[in-house]
Design a protein around this ligand. Sequence first.
Ligand code: UT7
Length: 315
Amino acid sequence: MKLIGTGSALPRKVVTNDDLSQFLDTSDDWIYPRTGIKTRHIISDERLEDLAADAVMKALEDAALSPADIDLLICSNVVNEYLTPGLGCIISAKTGITCPSMDINCACPGFIYAMDIAENYFLAGRVKNVVIVCAEEPTRMASWADRSTCVLFGDGAGAAVFTRGDNFKGTILRAQPDPTKIWQYRPLARTPFDTREVSEVPLQMMGREVFRFAVTAAVQDIHTMLRKNGIEMKDVDYFMIHQANLRIVEGIRERIGAPSYKFPSNIRDHGNSSSASCPILLDECNRAGLFKPGDRLMFSAFGAGLQSAVALLEW
Ligand code: UT7
């Protein structure tokens, strides 16, 4: 398959670290050096599905395609206000896309998991054009009394359009199953037959352990992808790393020995937007004209599961 269009959309409301310190025991002095985050976009008077639809329409415009050209829509999302139908169906209805859609919940590496699914549809000859949209509102998962999680996140949507071609060089997906490091529990309606004691638990994250997992998994995944494609580290032009924490990006960069200019980053302005982070970064770099034909882009993402993934494509 071949990438032919990107798009993204962000909530209007921008919240600074100083804004957070008005109601939380935190500060820019703590947040910025530890994470690289200065501001984040947070949903206030918008709806996630509207941002997602906006991102999809921008990506279609960039690809010079119309909603009728799309054969499959894959939506990556951890949580949204609809339990059913899938967010992909709602985005389709808003954009006039009428093909089948599916939702996946693979947390932060969701963009790469979605590309893996899309590639297999192309390899099977079942599709001509696929749109992937990653739409996330993680700010509505964390407890706003928990300074160790809520300061990290930002909301948004990123989309990418693929057609038949061969600039996509593949993915590697990896799982180290452990649901105790990042998790959230949301009980469903209670039936008269339910005898369990269950209550809601906001987003929980074992920050230091997740940090170590992220760096180690990404470095291994990147090396595996290089070997699989018979290329060297110096042959990669840009490393598109999930924007969870600038120190994680820096830890990966140091261990693989690549120069800083190869690591575009937007975490300063966006925080961690889960699976939307990679496609939003991709769209911002695309619109800034960063990439030239033939550039090799290595995507790497990691998160709840614990799961990680890498993808390689040539611009
Ligand atoms: O998307 C993928 C999933 N997420 C990640 O990849 C995140 C991975 N982890 C991280 O990025 C880092 O572990 C964090 C940024 C979450 C935390 O940084 P840390 O250096 O690991 O800090 P810590 O959790 O060990 O906390 C150190 C101290 C604690 O105080 P004490 O116990 O030393 O007195 C915390 O209570 O910092 C305190 N703290 C804060 N202080 C001010 C935690 N959060 C805050 C805060 N403001 N927002």
